[in-house]
Design a protein around this ligand. Structure first.
Ligand code: PAF
Length: 286
């Protein structure tokens, strides 16, 4: 696996692969990789001749009081994992290379960026879209892989790609859970053992939502109430939001009468965790 930090050698390598007509798959990450990331890498390996992974903890998507400095980093471990998966190139740029002095350009996906996580993390999706567009321009992938764990991110990036006519196919893949159901996230490392147990309330509340929906409940107000009651029964949990929204527009729904996203953000102690389930024509995915 080649490791590239600079833009020029990355461009040279990509242009060589393009000339050879190879299909390029891309997995953008912030590192501290887990099985969720590796499932994206494996899909890319299956579908493409070349797989590129980026590791970049993007300062522009963290608010001033968020965990940019604390965010877990372990390049050596990540490098080993990616090598084992047969990744062709790891792009690992510095902050100065991505955002040199005088950087001024940002991407905003209006409306969608202000909903759900955008309310408690203003500017987050502006930072995500800006870095993802830059990475797409550098890597020029045919396909890029994202996990449904960050459902709002998937929906916003798909919209950005559509609106800006970017020649890349965004492929969302299923959320990966730990053995006990907790959605995998690099931020799970912040949880102490007691909090780790308490965090299971997210998955339990989605299980309850699934049961209600499968039993025929369509009133989103009642479903949200039940979810909130269950989360509030966990003393270490504090709700940021519980929402049921249209899967494309992220508009709040009163009735479950179309494809929808049941999305949660919950603080467990000081760690903010998200989880979701999607109600789609084929059933429920979580
Ligand atoms: O999902 C993430 O890890 C990040 O938001 C991404 C897509 C790598 C952009 O920094």
């Amino acid at each position: 696996m080649e490791i590239v930090n600079e833009i020029e050698p990355l461009r040279e390598k990509i242009s060589l692969w393009k000339k050879q007509g190879l299909k390029i798959g891309f997995v953008p990450t912030m590192g501290y990789l887990h099985e969720g990331h590796l499932s994206l890498v494996r899909e890319s390996k299956k579908r493409c001749q070349v797989t590129v992974v980026s590791i970049f903890v993007n300062p522009k998507q963290f608010g001033p009081s968020e965990d940019y400095n604390l965010y877990p980093r372990d390049l050596e471990r990540d490098r080993r994992l990616l090598e084992q998966e047969g990744v062709n190139l790891l792009y690992y740029p510095s902050v100065e290379a991505m955002y040199p002095e005088g950087y001024r350009t940002y991407v905003e996906v209006e409306l969608l960026q202000d909903k759900l996580c955008g309310q408690s993390r203003p500017g987050h999706f502006r930072g995500v879209c800006t870095v993802v567009l830059k990475l797409f321009n550098l890597v020029q992938p045919d396909e890029a892989y994202f996990g449904w764990k960050d459902a709002q991110q998937v929906i916003i990036i798909k919209k950005m790609v559509e609106d800006l006519n970017l020649p890349v196919k965004v492929v969302p893949l299923p959320l990966v859970r730990d053995h006990d159901g907790l959605a995998l996230s690099s931020r799970n490392t912040y949880l102490n053992p007691e909090e780790r147990k308490a965090a299971l309330v997210l998955k339990k509340s989605l299980d309850l939502a699934e049961k209600l929906i499968l039993a025929g409940e369509r009133d989103t107000g009642r479903i949200k109430e039940k979810i909130k009651e269950l989360i509030q029964s966990e003393p270490l949990a504090r709700i940021d939001y519980v929402e049921i929204v249209d899967l494309k527009t992220l508009e709040s729904l009163e009735q479950l009468d179309r494809e929808a996203l049941v999305a949660l953000a919950v603080f467990i102690g000081r760690t903010r965790l998200i989880d979701n389930l999607r109600v789609v024509s084929g059933g429920i995915e979580k």
